[in-house]
Ligand binder design. Structure first.
Ligand code: ATP
Ligand code: MG
Length: 440
């Protein structure tokens, strides 16, 4: 049997990297005072067609959808925002007992039927956030700053924030018409994709990767010229706050985002390395002031972003960012002969009860290969159990650190009581203290 195309197993030799990235994200979210929300992987198809939009690639081409045994039209979630908004409305998280604005984040798999390539898969993982109930441009800034902090903390380089505003629905409507009018005389020069998009979703023509389209786009009207007074003011405040915080950005009118629900500020964080080609956008998001209402809730402004973990991990590897290594074990127990089996298990359990990472040999291998395993696991301490140890219930703890060959004889009862203390005694780095006394 083989995994489905566009899916990946996250294997034990890699899962610690995923955990690391997720841990850093959770830390950053905590500092920004966000709480986690977990929504189902399946939702009704309508949720996405109504929020993300029927004319988007996501809904029209990429959604995994099916009818269940009860004949319900179901979709695997292609993105996080629609589900979080649904949960916000359904659970009345706008009620007086909840914080305002409500700041939520999520981590988990999303599904899109796309052509798999590096950084583009059919099941992929996003870290994302949504803020409900604040119109303040500081909320947009906080969201962008959060993503920026996260990437910086991981040590990613060559990232640029691209910023744009789509204005209100109305302003965007007028702009839409202007775009159609501009492109129509050049219809024959447009790519097939853009011809198809022109009347459904003309903004998408702007971010077409096609060379011919790009040339036409250069002289196309710009959304920023269609913004009203208030939209302009909002956008200017976002920019001036980012400047105040020394967060670099570039106003880029070609950023339109694929989804229908955005208004006002939108942004993408793009990596300038050309190694992942068309997959260079690692994070995208923006403001969606009409969406909660559209899903049946009270009029509530929102802001959110999503970022792809797979793309992030590719960049971390390509940019050779230094990452924490697997720490290995604190204690490894080697076992000579069958009679040591019970005592070995007793000892690793004591170690674990004292918060130490412990493992043992289970396979009765030669001492040489058991020691090799201890080395591979980077054990700080090795304990060997033979018939003597079983009889006396006294064992020898050998430090493997710094070739100091320190060792201690300890009764098993003592380990049961004070394993951690004994571990510290044996592994504490005394060189600093030694150095200090040498100077005396
Ligand atoms: P793209 O233009 O690359 O298709 P998108 O605009 O469809 O991206 P969003 O819907 O904004 O992407 O999702 C946010 C982030 O999720 C992207 O910036 C990317 O990092 C990640 N992402 C989106 N689709 C995929 C996918 N199929 N495989 C892996 N990561 C993805
Ligand atoms: Mg896409």
């Amino acid at each position: 049997m083989q995994k489905l195309k566009g899916t990946e197993d996250i294997l034990p030799q890699n899962s610690y990297l995923w955990q690391y990235v997720e841990d850093v994200a959770r830390d950053v979210f905590e500092r920004y005072h966000f709480s986690e929300i977990r929504t189902p992987l399946i939702e009704s198809f309508d949720l996405f067609s109504r929020s993300v939009g029927d004319t988007t690639d996501i809904v029209s081409k990429e959604m995994y959808e099916f009818y269940d045994k009860g004949d319900r039209h179901i979709a695997l979630r292609p993105e996080g925002t629609a589900s979080v908004v649904r949960a916000f409305v359904e659970n009345k998280l706008f009620g007086p007992e909840f914080p305002k604005p409500l700041k939520l984040y999520y981590v988990g798999p999303m599904f899109r039927y796309e052509r798999p390539q590096a950084g583009r898969s059919r099941q992929f993982h996003q870290i994302g956030m949504e803020v409900f109930g604040s119109e303040n441009p500081a909320t947009d800034v906080e969201g962008i700053a959060l993503a920026w902090d996260f990437f910086n903390e991981l040590g990613l380089k060559n990232l640029t924030i691209h910023l744009n505003s789509l204005g209100t629905n109305e302003e965007r409507g007028t702009y839409r018409e202007a775009l159609i009018q501009y492109f129509e005389p050049h219809f024959d020069q447009l790519s097939e994709d853009s011809k198809r998009r022109l009347h459904d979703n003309p903004l998408r023509v702007l971010d077409s990767k096609d060379q011919g389209d790009q040339t036409l786009v250069k002289n196309a009207p710009m959304i920023l010229d269609y913004l009203g007074e208030e939209s302009r003011k909002h956008f200017e405040e976002v920019q001036s706050m980012l400047q105040m915080l020394d967060i670099p950005f570039k106003v880029d009118p070609s950023i339109v985002r694929g989804l229908d629900y955005y208004q006002h500020t939108i942004f993408e964080i793009i990596v300038n390395d050309d190694t992942i080609g068309a997959q260079s956008t690692v994070c995208g998001g923006g403001r969606y002031d009409g969406l909660v209402e559209q899903i049946g809730g009270p009029s509530t402004p929102g802001f959110g972003f999503g970022l792809g973990i797979e793309r992030l991990l590719i960049l971390l590897t390509e940019q050779q960012v230094e990452l924490p290594e697997d720490e290995g074990v604190d204690v490894f127990v080697t076992v000579m002969g069958e009679e040591g089996n019970h005592l070995a298990q007793e000892i690793v359990q004591y170690a674990r009860q004292h918060d130490l990472i412990a493992d043992r040999d289970f396979l009765g291998r030669s001492m040489k290969s058991q020691y090799k395993t201890a080395d591979k696991y980077q054990a700080d301490i090795v304990i060997t159990i033979g018939s003597n140890e079983v009889e006396e219930r006294v064992v020898t703890l050998k430090s493997q650190q710094n070739k100091q060959n320190k060792q201690l004889e300890v009764s098993v009862d003592e380990l049961a009581k004070n394993f951690f203390g004994i571990y510290r005694q044996l592994t504490a780095d005394t060189s600093v203290i030694d150095e200090f006394f040498k100077g005396e």
